[in-house]
Structure formats: C-alpha cells, structure tokens
Design a protein around this ligand. Structure first.
Ligand SMILES: *Cc1c(COP(=O)(O)O)cnc(C)c1O
Length: 439
C-alpha cells in the first residue's frame, strides 16, 4: 500500500487534467459572422423594434424557447441579472418576503434585497440539498410573495408540494436553474414548472457564452416585465403604453450578439454534453458507493439529475476520519484542471449557509429588513437551518471529476485516488490526532 501524498508519498497523478472546453469551430464561425456584420448589439433603450435586441439574440431566444418547450424566452447577461429581473417582474417590493435557499450561490438571496424585500431562509432536503417543502411551508407568513427554488447540483427540487403551497397561498415560484439545464421532474424540464425559470451561461456552467443568462416563462405578463427591466423600462413604458409600471424601472441586462451566436451553437451541444456528464457521474457514484461511509448522490424517482457538481455525503463515524481530512488527502493525490488551477475540483460542501454572511448578520441593507413597511421579524441566527449547517460543516463533499472533458483514463486516476485514500484511513487518523494535539 503506497503512502498518502498528504503524508509525503507519491501522488496518484501529477499531470494536470484537461480543460473542460466545449467551444469549437462552430462557435468560432458564429462569432466571426457577427464580427463581420459589424453589429455587435442592436439593442436600443427606447420603444421601437430594436428594443428587443438584434438578430442573433432573437434567434437564440427562439431556439431556447423551442428546446425547452416554453412560450417566452428572454436572453440576459447573467443568471444573476436574470434573478433580479424575475424578482422585479413578480412585483416583489418593500415589505415582502421571499423564501430562499441558504445552500446556493450568493445571488439567489440578494435578488429580493435589490427590490427592498426580505429573504427568508428555509432549510434543505438532506438527500437532494434543494429546498425542503416542509421547511418552506413553515416559513410562509402573510408577507410571503414568492418561493425561489434552486435546483442545486443539477438535481430537481421536489416541485409538486412547492407548487401546491404556492397555489394554496397565492405565491409566485421562481426557479433558479443555473445548475440544472434540461434536468427533469416528472417529465418536465425544470424552469418550466414554476412561474419563471432562469439559466446561467457563465464559463463554469454545462454550456456557456462566457457570461450570460436565459429566462423562460409561459406567462406573458412576466415576459413583458422582464423585457422592460432588461432594457431601461422607465424610458419605454410611455411609448409602449404599458399600464402596470410597478417595478418596471430598468437596468442594462442585455446580452450581446456575439454571446447569443455562441449560445445558439452551445445549445445544440447540450444534450450530448449532458449524456457524457451523466454517464461519468453514474460510474463514479457506483465506484465510490462501494466505500462504506461515502454516500453517492441520490436521484429521486421521476427526476433527471444533470450533475453540475457531484455531491456526496461523508459519514465520519463509519470512515474513521473527518470529511475535511479526507478531502485534504484527496487534494494531495490529484492535480487541478487546465484553466482552473486556482479552484480545486474537489471540495467540502458548496458555499457556507448564506445567512451567515455579514450582510445578513449585520443587516447591512437599509430598505429591506429595516424598512418601515416591513412588519415581520426575520432571523438569520446560526441554527435556523440545521440540515444545511450539518451538510456544510460536516457531511457534504463535492467534485467535478464527471466533466465531459475527463477521459475514462482520467476517471480511473480519480477512483484510484479515492480508493488509495480510503485504504490508508488508519494513517490519516493518526495524522488527524497528531494535528489536534496542542504543541
Ligand atoms: C452560477 C450560479 C448563479 C449565477 O450565475 P451567473 O450567470 O454567474 O450570474 C446563480 N445561481 C446558481 C445556483 C449558480 O450556480
């Protein structure tokens, strides 16, 4: 049995993993055509046909709407701006509460704050890490306006009970699908189940345009509002004869023609890229699932998991060392990935529970928690979402070794590394004990 790299042994692999590059000749040609045309963005912020952007943006929106089977699709320049636009389009404002997940990327809870509303954190399900409908139900108050679900890691949220709660209480449901394009729940694409869905096209996502976002809805009122918020709505409502101008003050959330051209080509590749990802993830789940105490991702019945990241649970009582020590040992055995040298492709959990960030702890926002119109009392205390805290601090670890750029030989190195670390747990235990002894 060879010595662990963390303890001075030879790592399983030193050759850097290949870049996850989905950009090819098709995207290059599409961008060159845009550059040749000289029209890099056709948007104008006044009421005329160019208010809706140029030919590539509109083409990309049509293609995306068709692929996801929705009536309306609006391209924006990020998922973050998309979240903001959707909160605005759902008429959310000061005094309102939006139920959000604490176990996601930071933008998911900031969007309500932008409109002066209060994010209320519900806890997550311990198998899927998505919002737990029971916890959501317990957080509903007369001030709740919407539920912002996040299909985190690529696994769908349990949408039936969420939609049931929304119907019962008259709430909007906004779906953050940044990590779950073409994930499905009972045969439906996530993003098309609630009132509106948002997808990310940033560099790290399944497919990308550098930066970008796509919004889908079947609701014409939401679609129109998103278009107004995307492009200086206040300047347009008069010419457009918009009656309801609540929250239609606009931003510049416009996508350029070049990104749209890249996106059109990327979308064509998405189904194949998902298959490649899922087959790698399933293999890794099978191999690692053989190690007692390492629990591969659950895929709930009726769901398609698209693995933006692969999240495992780690039972330290069974393995014999803490998750953090185990992951430190894994990091020492394997190299990073090309163009991702500074961010390891394996890590502990996702992000810390969002309510622990200073903005919530110190309530550094004048018009939301502290708004005179806000009659509620929201808590951001440690302990409000015990499952999230247990997952983040003790149990979950994630990796991205299932990316389509990983060859089966690369993946063999990955499983070898896991097995090597696992077989040397006794050494790790000793290392952990020595580390904890004060000197
Ligand atoms: C990536 C991501 C975002 C942000 O997307 P951008 O396009 O970078 O703004 C939001 N939510 C989740 C869950 C994400 O993974």
């Amino acid at each position: 049995m060879s010595k662990l790299a963390l303890l001075g042994g030879k790592p399983v692999r030193t050759k850097i993993f290949p870049q996850s590059n989905t950009i090819g000749e098709e995207e290059k040609r599409a961008v060159m055509n845009v550059l040749d045309s000289g029209n890099l963005s056709q948007y104008v912020g006044s009421w005329n046909p160019d208010f809706f952007g140029g030919p590539m943006v509109r083409q990309f929106e049509r293609d995306w709407a068709e692929a996801f089977g929705v009536k309306f699709c609006m391209a924006v320049n990020s998922n973050t701006s998309g979240l903001n636009a959707c909160i605005g389009a759902c008429d959310i404002g000061p005094g309102d509460e939006v139920i959000v997940s604490p176990y996601t990327m930071t933008a998911g809870a900031i969007a309500p704050l932008i409109y002066g509303a209060v994010p209320v954190f519900a806890d997550i399900d311990e198998d899927t890490f998505c919002l737990d409908p029971e916890s959501v139900s317990s957080k509903i108050t007369p001030r709740t306006k919407a539920i912002l679900v996040v299909h985190i890691t690529g696994h769908p949220t349990d949408m039936d009970p969420i939609m049931e709660l929304a119907r019962e209480h008259g709430l909007k449901v906004i779906e953050d699908c940044a990590q779950s394009p073409m994930g499905t729940y009972n045969g439906k694409f996530v993003g098309t189940i609630g009132d509106v869905g948002i997808f990310s096209l940033n560099y790290h996502k399944h497919i990308h345009t550098g930066e970008g976002g796509m919004i889908v809805t079947n609701n014409p009122v939401i679609a129109e509002k998103v278009q107004l918020i995307r492009n200086h709505g206040e300047a347009v409502v008069e010419g457009k004869k918009t009656m309801d101008i609540w929250n239609t003050y606009g931003f510049n959330y416009r996508m350029t023609e070049m990104e749209a051209a890249v996106g059109t080509e990327q979308l064509k590749k998405l189904p194949h890229l998902l298959d490649e990802r899922i087959s790698r993830a399933e293999h890794l789940s099978e191999m690692l699932g053989k190690l007692p105490g390492i629990i591969p991702p659950v895929v709930k019945e009726g769901c398609r998991h698209v693995y933006y990241i692969q999240a495992f649970k780690f039972k330290k009582d069974i393995v014999g060392v803490s998750r953090n020590t185990f992951i430190d040992a894994m990091k020492a055995e394997l190299p990073p990935m090309v163009l991702r040298e500074s961010t390891p492709i394996i890590g502990c959990g996702f992000a810390p529970p969002l309510y622990l960030q200073p903005i919530y702890q110190q309530r550094l926002h004048k018009c939301s928690f502290n708004c005179p119109r806000y009659e509620g009392e929201v808590s951001y205390d440690r302990g409000i979402c015990p499952v999230t805290e247990r997952m983040f601090f003790d149990e979950v670890f994630t990796h991205e070794y299932m990316r389509p750029s990983f060859s089966w030989d690369d993946i063999k190195d990955v499983t070898d590394a896991y097995y090597k670390v696992y077989e040397n747990v006794a050494d790790l235990k000793e290392y952990e004990m020595q580390k904890s002894v004060p000197v």
